[in-house]
Design a protein around this ligand. Sequence first.
Ligand SMILES: [Zn+2]
Length: 236
Amino acid sequence: MVPTYILYAFIASIASVIGGLLPIYSRLKHIRTNYLVGFAAGVLISTAVFEMLPQALMVSSIDIVNPLALGFFSLYLLEKSVMIHACKETECDVHTSGWVGMIGLGLESVLDGIAIAVGYITEPALGLIIAFAVAVHELPVGFSTTVILKRSEFNRKSTLIMLFVTSFLTVAGALIAGLFPQEYFGDILAFTTGTFIYIGASDLLPHAHERVDWLVVVSVILGAAIVPFIEAVLGI
Ligand SMILES: [Zn+2]
């Protein structure tokens, strides 16, 4: 039987594909993603701080500070070396070639899958919340993926293939994580916590706030508040 966390990773990948299909259909390419991006930022940061961090503290044998900082700065270096970030159709002139961007997005998807699997194996409800956070932020990330590819003059067919590959690397990440020795799960969880904080606070949040709009603030707070709400509903 397929482990539940693989199923969660699969659903998160579908979210990325759906987000990526939006800019392909021209009618939808100019939709304002700021609210969704703000909501996703709130969900990611809240999941990292309220859910992943306490669990990492519980299962880690040594310390969680180093792997957390390592996760944060690794994502920073990854993002700056491949010049990727969440963006909209009409912006983002800083992107490098599509291929380089895809490597970054692909690696990020692998990390998402690892977070879902490690979270689930240590505490099933945590895996569900992480999967929710991944699915929510992958909608705008999938959107950016297609925008980057179109900018790099990939045709529609190759854009779709690349979108599917980078999206489904989340499932590959979950599969890989299932093979890791469980004694490292606390460190891995702390590492992915660092990556979630980076993506939420340094990538999505500034992007959501490109324009002064109080509804974006409301979206961020809603995203942050929904995580403890889900936790209460799940009874953990
Ligand atoms: Zn992601």
